[in-house]
Write a protein that binds this ligand. Structure first.
Ligand SMILES: [Zn+2]
Length: 130
């Protein structure tokens, strides 16, 4: 995989303020602010580097106000790391291509994986299929 590496100043210039705060500063958007993506078939991509991360087919209505998926399109592309901030043990997920923070992974998702990738909408762009 070709890593996308930029300086902090370059990221700040290339990303929207909210995407920068989420992807580069491990921010979390307010629930319900960025889950108004189209329902068409297509691909959710990293807002930082355009890597394909999640397919529409794996998106489900979690009721949390954050885009939620039960599986990444490619396990290689979405990395995991234990996050002990805020006195909780959670699994942080990030884009392996640009190391941008995406959200968190919880073990309470639907079948077939039982996983819930709880992703900040600001970290995603959606590309509908032709
Ligand atoms: Zn990325």
């Amino acid at each position: 995989m070709d890593k996308v590496i930029k300086t902090d100043a370059e990221w700040q210039k290339d990303l929207s303020a909210e995407a920068y705060r989420v992807l580069r500063k491990h921010g979390t958007e307010r629930a319900g602010t960025n889950d108004n993506f189209p329902k068409d078939a297509g691909m959710f991509r990293c807002a930082g580097c355009d890597a394909p991360l999640f397919e529409q087919d794996t998106k489900f209505e979690s009721g949390t106000g954050w885009p939620s998926f039960y599986a990444p399109v490619d396990g290689e592309m979405v990395g995991e790391q234990v996050d002990r901030s805020f006195f909780m043990k959670r699994t942080e997920v990030h884009c392996n291509r640009c190391d941008g923070h995406l959200g968190h992974l919880f073990p309470d998702g639907p079948a077939p994986t039982g996983l819930r990738y709880c992703i900040n909408g600001a970290a995603l762009t959606f590309e509908a299929e032709d």
